[in-house]
Design a protein around this ligand. Sequence first.
Ligand SMILES: *Cc1c(COP(=O)(O)O)cnc(C)c1O
Length: 464
Amino acid sequence: MSLHRKHDSGRKASDAIYASSDLSLSVPKHKIPRDESSPRTAYALIHDELLLDGNSRQNLATFCTTWMEPEALTLMNECIDKNMIDKDEYPQTAEIEARCVHILADLWNSPAGSNTIGCSTTGSSEAAMLGGLAAKWRWRARMRAQGKSIDKPNLVCGPVQVCWHKFGQYFDVEVREVPVEGDRLLMGPEQAIARCDENTIMVVPTLGVTTCCQYEPVQAIAQALDNFEKSAGLDIPIHVDAASGGFLAPFCQPEIVWDFRLPRVKSINTSGHKFGLAPLGVGWVVWRDHADLPEELIFHVNYLGGDMPTFALNFSRPAGQIVCQYYNFLRLGFEGYKKIQNACYHTAQHLAAELDKMGPFRVIHDGRGGLPAVCWTLTEGAGHGFTLYDVSDRLRARGWQVPAYSMPAKREDLVVQRILVRHGVSRDLGDLLLEDIRRSIAILEKHPVSHPLTENEAGGYNHN
Ligand SMILES: *Cc1c(COP(=O)(O)O)cnc(C)c1O
């Protein structure tokens, strides 16, 4: 092909887009192009490149929203110019954010008359940082008042999402993570207490553990900490990581006591963009009482007009996600959320039952009790001639992303595969997937793999 420069070639507005000279060249990848492109061309180039991202609806690894109502898309568009931080310029957006905090506090049984306080964040990760910082500051004040050292804070948790390792690393807090052991894939009360001391700023149970999809027993842990306070004289607060469970348990498992009904629970985070059904980019953190959020962490700025208290890692932030969170609350109501989440549980349970029947799999989480998800491993003993990484790889050929991964420390030998059932993963879509899993194992059984794929070769999945 002859080399030619774009401006030589006399582009015309009427050119068929893929015949235009702009699209006959490959675009620069690491340098800003010298010349402008037409919006139509630039759009086509980027749109086409994004085709390779795959189809988010078939991504069963993610916990995040991948289906939205058209009205939510309209609201997102209408909010594209709204900056969440600018509460003076956009007072109604600020009001909507405050309403969401109150709605969540109420769903989490914040005691009547309590002075609940909270805010939106970009997701559970930022919310975890804020909850963790508040706990660290409260602990420091307590230790200083007793004339004790504040050099070695720690937090106690089970198999946590990576955000808690980040929190520990970024803010200098030792993370005492209870290793999983045998069939115990969670932190129990005994293991938590065994790691607590006067430097423990908080215990962090997870409502919906990323790796096994089960709920950690918050109430039993709170009870054990009550007893520990009586015997050791240490009053250790709980922060619940309810990234997923915070939008599930209130609707589907109201009998599980995990929230502000437990006086020891001082703060809770959740992801609006997971089972909150909001578009990507919103999380929430709520404190039981104003007193649980140290005043020194709140900054007051006046340069946007008015006095604006802020506690956040970010400053400017889009408002659409928060507005859509409120849209979901209004649109669905309690019964609507319950109906959607229950449908997910039923689909998960159906998938679990069918996977169990296939033969080579042992189901570890069947969509009962924890998240609407299924988690399984290969049956022990029998030489299968393939790994779950191979199954995962075959499913990718049909566009499905079904992650295979190993469990955390002490059970790295246990490799599992997991499906998250979210709003938009219908029973029928589930059945299509089951067909593809059956086909995959039939082929793998007929053509055993001589060199099974390893975790790295199968392509890393993050557990978001
Ligand atoms: C997803 C998740 C997080 C991180 O949340 P983001 O909203 O993705 O920042 C933290 N903890 C748990 C248990 C999660 O499932």
